[in-house]
Design a protein around this ligand. Structure first.
Ligand SMILES: *[C@@H]1O[C@H](CO)[C@@H](O)[C@H](O)[C@H]1NC(C)=O
Ligand SMILES: *[C@@H]1O[C@H](CO)[C@@H](O)[C@H](O)[C@H]1NC(C)=O
Ligand SMILES: *[C@@H]1O[C@H](CO)[C@@H](O)[C@H](O)[C@H]1NC(C)=O
Ligand SMILES: *[C@@H]1O[C@H](CO)[C@@H](O)[C@H](O)[C@H]1NC(C)=O
Length: 310
C-alpha cells in the first residue's frame, strides 16, 4: 500500500501513553526529514470552546506544510470549520495501567525525584499526596471515580459535551472517528511495532524512527522516566477499577484488535499474550514515560529539552 503523501498530520497525544518518547523522537525526525513540527505550549487544556476550536484550527491550517501538529487535545473536527481534515495518529495503553501511572506520577514524580515533583504539584496537600490508592478507589474519591476515569475515549470522540459522559454514545463515536480519521492508533505495550508501522505509513515523517529509538543514547532517556514509589492496589480495588472503566476497556480492546489486524496485514507478528498471572500493569516497564496528566496539571516540557540538548 502506497499512501499519498499526507502533508498535514495531527498527533493529539493522550496523556501518559508514551507521548514524551514520541515527541522526543519527533524532534529528532523533524530535523532529519525537514518537516514542520508544531508543538503547543498549552498542556492542560484538552477541551475547547467553539471559538477556541475555530481559532486553533485556523492556526494549525496555516502552518507551513508538511507539518505535524501535536498537543494534548480532544479530537478536533477540521471539516466542521471548513478546513481540510488532517491525518490523525495516536497511541493509547491499558486503561488501568495509564491511570496508575498518572496517579503516582502526580504524587511522586519520576526519576527527577521528590524535589522536582514538589515543584510540580506544590499545592498538593499531604493528605492527598499520601492518599492510599485503595482508599481512593474504595471510598469513591473523585480522582478514582467517573467521570475522571473516562479519560481516553474523549480524545477520540471529540469536543462534543457528550464525549465526556461515560457511555455508549461516546464510545461508538470514538470508534467511528478512529475508523474515519485516524491513520493509526497504536498501543504503547507494542511501541516498537507502532513505530514500525508509522515508518511504513508516514515515511516522510517517520523514516528511520526505529533505529533512532533503539539507539542506546535515546534508549537511556526513555529508561529514566520510570515513575517511582508505585504501589499496587488490592485485587478488590482493581476489580472496581475494571468495572468503572468498562467503556475505556471496550475501546482499548477494539483498538488493540485493529492494531493486531494491521500488524498481520503488514507481516508483523502479534504478541501471543500468555494468560497473565498478574495484569500487565504490575510489571515495571521501561517505556513508562511521564506526561502532563489532566486539566489541572501543568506540563514542563523544559526538562526534556534540557536533556535533549546535552
Ligand atoms: C495562533 O497563532 C498566533 C500567532 O502565531 C498566536 O498568537 C495565537 O495564540 C494562536 N492561537 C491559538 C489558538 O493557538
Ligand atoms: C465533523 O463535521 C462534519 C461537518 O459538520 C460532520 O458531518 C461530521 O459528522 C463531524 N464528525 C465528527 C466526528 O464530529
Ligand atoms: C534502565 O535503568 C536501570 C536502572 O537504572 C538499569 O539497570 C538498566 O540497565 C537500564 N536499561 C537500559 C536499557 O538502559
Ligand atoms: C493552564 O496552565 C496555565 C499556566 O501554564 C494557567 O494559567 C491556566 O490557568 C491553566 N488552565 C487550566 C484550565 O488549568
Amino acid at each position: 500500500m502506497v499512501l499519498p503523501f499526507p502533508s498535514q498530520v495531527v498527533y493529539n497525544r493522550v496523556g501518559k501513553c508514551g507521548s514524551r518518547t514520541v515527541v522526543l523522537l519527533l524532534r529528532i525526525l523533524s530535523e532529519k526529514h525537514g518537516f514542520n513540527l508544531v508543538t503547543s505550549d498549552i498542556h492542560n487544556k484538552t477541551r475547547l470552546t467553539k471559538n477556541e476550536q475555530m481559532e486553533l484550527i485556523k492556526n494549525i491550517s496555516t502552518a507551513e506544510q508538511p507539518y505535524l501538529f501535536t498537543r494534548h487535545v480532544h479530537f478536533l473536527n477540521f471539516s466542521r470549520f471548513g478546513g481540510d481534515q488532517p491525518v490523525y495518529i495516536n497511541i493509547i495503553r491499558d486503561p488501568v495501567s495509564r491511570f496508575l501511572s498518572n496517579y503516582f506520577f502526580r504524587r511522586f514524580g519520576d526519576w527527577r525525584g521528590e524535589q522536582n515533583h514538589m515543584i510540580r504539584t506544590p499545592s498538593m496537600r499531604q493528605e492527598e499526596r499520601y492518599l492510599d490508592i485503595n482508599e481512593c478507589i474504595l471510598e469513591n474519591y473523585p480522582e478514582c471515580s467517573n467521570p475522571r476515569l473516562f479519560y481516553i475515549i474523549p480524545y477520540f470522540c471529540g469536543q462534543h459535551p457528550r464525549c465526556r459522559e461515560p457511555g455508549e454514545w461516546a464510545l461508538e463515536r470514538a470508534k467511528l472517528n478512529v475508523n474515519e480519521n485516524f491513520l493509526l492508533v497504536g498501543i504503547l505495550e507494542e511501541l516498537e511495532d507502532v513505530l514500525l508501522l508509522l515508518e511504513r505509513f508516514l515515511p516522510h515523517y517517520f523514516k528511520g524512527v526505529l533505529s533512532i529509538y533503539k539507539d542506546p543514547e535515546h534508549r537511556k532517556l526513555g529508561n529514566m522516566t520510570v515513575t517511582v514509589k508505585k504501589t499496587v492496589p488490592s485485587p478488590e480495588a482493581v476489580q472496581i477499577l475494571y468495572q468503572r472503566m468498562r467503556y475505556e476497556y471496550e475501546f482499548y480492546h477494539y483498538i488493540k484488535e485493529q492494531f493486531h489486524l494491521l500488524k498481520r496485514k503488514f507481516g508483523l507478528k502479534s504478541h501471543v499474550s500468555k494468560p497473565a498471572l498478574r495484569p500487565q500493569f504490575f510489571i515495571p516497564s521501561p517505556l513508562e514515560t511521564e506526561e502532563p496528566i489532566d486539566d489541572e496539571e501543568q506540563d514542563d516540557e523544559k526538562w526534556l529539552e534540557d536533556i535533549y540538548k546535552r
